[in-house]
Write a protein that binds this ligand. Sequence first.
Ligand code: GDP
Ligand code: MN
Length: 392
Amino acid sequence: MDIHEYQAKEILASFGVPVPRGGLAYSPEQAGYRARELGGNAWVVKAQIHSGGRGEAGGVKLCRTDEEVRDYAATLFGHKLVTKQTDANGKDVYRVWVETASDIQQELYLGFVLDRKSERIMIVASAHGGMEIEDLADEDPDSLRRMVIDPAVGLAEYQARELAFSLGLKDGQIAQMVNVLGACYRAYRDLDAMMVEINPLVITGTGDLVALDAKMSFDTNALYRRPNVAALRDPSQEDPREATAADNGLAYVGLDGDIGCIINGAGLAMATMDMIKLAGGEPANFLDIGGGASPDRVCTAFRTVLSDSNVSVILVNIFAGINRCDWIAKGVIQAYREVGLTLPVVVRLAGTNVEEGRQILRDSGLPITATDTLAEAAEAAVSARDATPAAA
Ligand code: GDP
Ligand code: MN
C-alpha cells in the first residue's frame, strides 16, 4: 500500500528525519492560507498523488506570493496529473501540500528496499539525486551505493558512517546522515514498510540535510497489525477495479487484453494467463477468487471483470479443492441472471463435485462452452473472442 508524500514526511519526521515545515490543503483558498500561516516569502506547492515524477509533469512549483500559491493550487485541484509513473489516465489531485521552500545546494538520493537476493533490507544511495535518478540507474549503475543490513544487528553506526563518507559528505553532515539513515531504517522496520525513499535528500545553503520528498509503501499483509498505517490508505489513488475487488476479498489486477479471467489460486491464474497467450490471446486481468467461493463471490468476480469494457469473453478456470464446482456453476448462472451477461463464457471445471457442476451448467441451457482441460479452455476463449465483433 502506498501513501502520500506528506504522510511519509510526517512519519519519517516522527522518527527523526528533518523535513521542511508545511501544511495540507484541500482547496486553493486553503493553500493560500497555509502559505500565510507558514510565513516567509517562498513556498513549494506540491500535488499529492501516489506517484513520483510530479516535478517533470508540472505538479511541483516554487511560488513567491500567497496569491501565486492559491492560483497554482487552483490549476491542480480537480484535475488529473499524468506522470511517467502513472498510466495515461493519470491520478486525481484532491490534496495539495504547501511547504516552506528550501535552498538547495545538492540533491542526494536515498532509498531503502527489500533485497530479495539477500532477503534483507538494502540501502541504495547516490550523491546525484533528484529527478534524473532513473536515468542514472540505467546509464551509470555503479554510481549507486548499496548496503545490506543484517537484521540481527540492525543498521550499525559504522555502516551508516561509511555510507555517508562514500557519498562525499563532510563534517557535521556525517552525523546528520547517520541520524537520517537510522531513522529511515527504524521507520521501515517498525512499520512493516516495503520501501522508503527520499529523493531528493538535499544539502541546504546552511549545509544541513533535509528530506524534500518522501515516499513510503507498506506490506499489505501486515496492515492488520498497523492500524495507524492502514488508516492512511487513500482509495482515490487506487485503480477502482482493484480497490472494489480487494474489498470483496478478490485479488484482481487489471491488464491490457480482452479475455476476462476468473480463476482460483494465484498459481493457476498465472498458468492460465500463459495458456491464453500461447493460444494467441491476451488476458484482460488477473483474478484469484480464492478458496471456498460462494455463488455470490463468483457473481462479484463477474461484475469486477465486466467493469473493464475491453473484455469480450470470459474464461472461468476452477481446479476445486476447497472450492466446490457446483457452487462455481451456480455462481456463473447467477451472474448471467443478475448481471445480464451477454458475452461468451468458457468454463473449465475440475475437482470437487465436478460432475454436479457440469450438470448444472448443462441444465441451465445458457450458451456456456464447457471444456475439460486448460489448453482447450484457452483455445475456446480465443476463438470465441475472434468470433465476437470488436467492441466499438
Ligand atoms: P517528484 O518529481 O514527484 O519526485 O517530486 P519532488 O518532491 O522530488 O520535487 C521535484 C523537484 O522539485 C525536486 O527534485 C527539486 O528539484 C524541486 N523542488 C522541490 N522542493 C523544492 C524546494 O523547496 N526548493 C527548490 N528550489 N526546489 C524544490
Ligand atoms: Mn522526488
